[in-house]
Design a protein around this ligand. Structure first.
Ligand SMILES: NC(=O)c1ccc[n+]([C@@H]2O[C@H](COP(=O)([O-])OP(=O)(O)OC[C@H]3O[C@@H](n4cnc5c(N)ncnc54)[C@H](OP(=O)(O)O)[C@@H]3O)[C@@H](O)[C@H]2O)c1
Length: 312
């Protein structure tokens, strides 16, 4: 079968560590099941893997990808919960999803919401689940609260905007690009400011996935007693912590790793009963997966990039 294969690691040019290859399909072991992958979303996590961060080097070459929607051999349309162990995702020590077939634990299968396409459904397991947990799980945000979402165009950030709008939150976004700020306003944000610009009022909570470039702004934008929910650091992981900004103002920092399978079921149900549909930037055949990877590296996507391993 055709698959997107991590052939090594390359911190400077991560796309160089990615190749499309014909590989033997993995047979499911007891408790695992094979899924014919109709769509597999690309995530920044895949770029980290190609760069060598958290990469299981001993198991290379290995199939990349954490997210998929597809069909089981017995005809069920499913999405795959990407978490396979504590801190461990599909593609980490087991085959990933950017392939014609994937194998996952049976317990990780969640029915695909019938009103979403496979392309849309493939976006739920990482970006949308993480945003859901940041807002409504660990973040415990309530309707009417004000949330700041850093880096408007990112996969998690666009998910957070759509979910926050559906949940009745007031939304401020930041982006480096005026065009991306305008687009965020078009699909649900109430206010949009340039990255780092002072806000007129402090917010109840911050959704932080950009990291070093926005951490200082997040600390200054949250109200006393508010919370900063952190799930990533695309621009770097080691900003100054500025501890007094936390303890003098009683700010609560909460880390989020994905979400559990129950949250993914609830998120799927939310899309099944409502109007929320994941925002897709572009789709690619599996043979063009390196183009999708390069766009993630360049930061030019607005919404999700989705790969179609079976060419639909
Ligand atoms: N903890 C978890 O479970 C979990 C789950 C999913 C993702 N993540 C992490 O969350 C992060 C985002 O993932 P993603 O897939 O959403 O990535 P993405 O689609 O590439 O989004 C990154 C966003 O960050 C902003 N950005 C990047 N560099 C910046 C800089 N130098 N200054 C200001 N803004 C910058 C960009 O916003 P603008 O271009 O609009 O300014 C971009 O849209 C990654 O680090 C990923 O590993 C973690």
């Amino acid at each position: 079968m055709l698959a997107a294969v991590v052939t090594g690691v390359d911190a400077a040019n991560p796309v160089n560590a990615l190749a499309v290859q014909d590989v033997p399909a993995h047979e499911p072991t007891p408790g695992w099941v094979a899924v014919n992958v109709k769509a597999a979303a690309f995530n920044y996590h895949d770029v980290w893997t190609l760069r060598g961060m958290g990469t299981h080097r001993a198991s290379l070459p290995a199939i990349l990808g954490t997210d998929a929607a597809g069909t089981t051999d017995d005809g069920r349309d499913v999405i795959l919960h990407a978490v396979v162990g504590p801190g461990q995702l599909l593609s980490e020590g087991c085959p990933g999803t950017l392939a014609e077939r994937a194998v996952v634990p049976e317990a990780n299968l969640v029915p695909k919401p019938p009103n979403l396409s496979f392309v849309e459904a493939a976006c739920l397991p990482t970006a949308y689940l993480t945003a859901y947990n940041m807002l409504f799980g660990k973040g415990a945000l309530l309707p009417g609260e004000h949330v700041l979402i850093q880096g408007a165009g990112g996969g998690v950030a666009t998910a957070a905007i759509l979910l926050a709008a559906a949940g009745g939150l007031e939304i401020t976004v930041t982006s480096r690009s005026e065009g991306r700020r305008k687009r965020a306003l078009d699909f649900g944000a109430h206010h949009a400011v340039a990255t780092g610009e002072k806000l007129p009022t402090r917010v109840d909570a911050v959704v932080e996935t950009v990291g070093a470039a926005t951490w200082r702004h997040s600390l200054r934008s949250v109200r006393a007693g508010g919370r900063i929910i952190v799930a990533g650091g695309t621009s770097g992981f080691d900003p100054s912590a500025e501890l007094p900004m936390l303890f003098l103002r009683d700010v609560d920092v909460r880390g989020v790793f994905m979400g559990d399978v129950t949250q993914l079921q609830r998120l799927a149900q939310m899309t099944a009963i409502g109007k929320l549909r994941p925002l897709i930037d572009a789709t690619y055949p599996l043979t063009a997966v390196r183009e999708a990877a390069q766009r993630m590296v360049d930061g030019t996507a607005f919404g999700k990039l989705v790969v179609l391993p079976n060419g639909e």
